[in-house]
Design a binder for this molecule. Structure first.
Ligand code: CA
Length: 229
């Protein structure tokens, strides 16, 4: 449910806005002063802000400016005077919409819905989903670099994570220790390939139910390892 903050010093107007918005299924809070309104808008989570222009203590211009700097949510500014609206537009404070009092509550609700939908689209399209690999109870979130085994999160060192991810991304492919060493440690395979063995052992301790009978990373004797899909 979307949560809306109304900063408005005229109680009758604030209540009217709240009633209509609640009827449309929104959760609504009211602040009657500019300073408390600003504080709430900055420090609590709202999906949209309805902001009166003339307010005690801190006016709507200042609230709009400060909220815009820190928060990404639609701001609808409300004013009694058409002149004020022109002034706000001119200042380029970044409000998303302007409504002149008196206004029709149903029109206000329609605008609120339109702005929320627009922000959802913007944020939705800008949000990248994490790159996740899931194989038989193992979930690897490559973006967050986190691993879960049967729903339980396990901690991996950087190289353990890289090695596990590389194997899981290439299931049923047998890699020699040399190949894995080159792939993960990123140098010519002059180094100690026993490092690979050590890392495989540590990974198995975290993902395998029984390390003597690995279900995920199998040893192919005389060749190397493979991740069984
Ligand atoms: Ca006012």
């Amino acid at each position: 449910m979307s949560k809306i903050l109304i900063v408005e010093d005229e109680e009758a107007i604030a209540d009217l806005e709240k009633d209509y918005l609640e009827l449309s299924g929104f959760e609504v809070e009211i602040e009657n002063r500019g300073d408390t309104g600003l504080d709430k808008a900055l420090n609590e989570d709202y999906d949209l802000l309805i902001l009166d222009l003339m307010l005690p203590e801190v006016d709507g211009f200042e609230i709009c400016r400060q909220v815009r700097e820190k928060k990404n949510m639609p701001i609808i500014m409300v004013s009694a005077k058409k002149d004020d609206i022109d002034k706000i537009r001119g200042l380029g404070l970044g409000a998303d919409d302007y409504i002149t009092k008196p206004f029709s509550p149903s029109e206000m609700v329609a605008r609120v819905k339109a702005h929320l939908a627009r922000y959802d689209r913007l944020i939705g399209s800008g949000q990248k989903t994490n790159d996740v690999i899931e194989i038989r109870g193992i979930k690897i979130d490559k973006t967050a670099r986190r691993v879960w085994v049967n729903g339980e999160e396990k901690q991996f060192t950087t190289k353990e994570f890289d090695l596990l991810t590389f194997l899981a991304e290439n299931p049923n492919h047998v890699f020699t220790k040399e190949e894995l060493f080159r792939e993960i440690w990123d140098m010519e395979s002059i180094g100690d390939i026993a490092t690979v063995t050590v890392h495989i052992k540590k990974i198995r301790e975290k993902i395998e139910f029984n390390t003597a009978k690995p279900q995920y990373i199998e040893t192919i004797w005389g060749v190397g390892y493979r991740f069984k899909a």
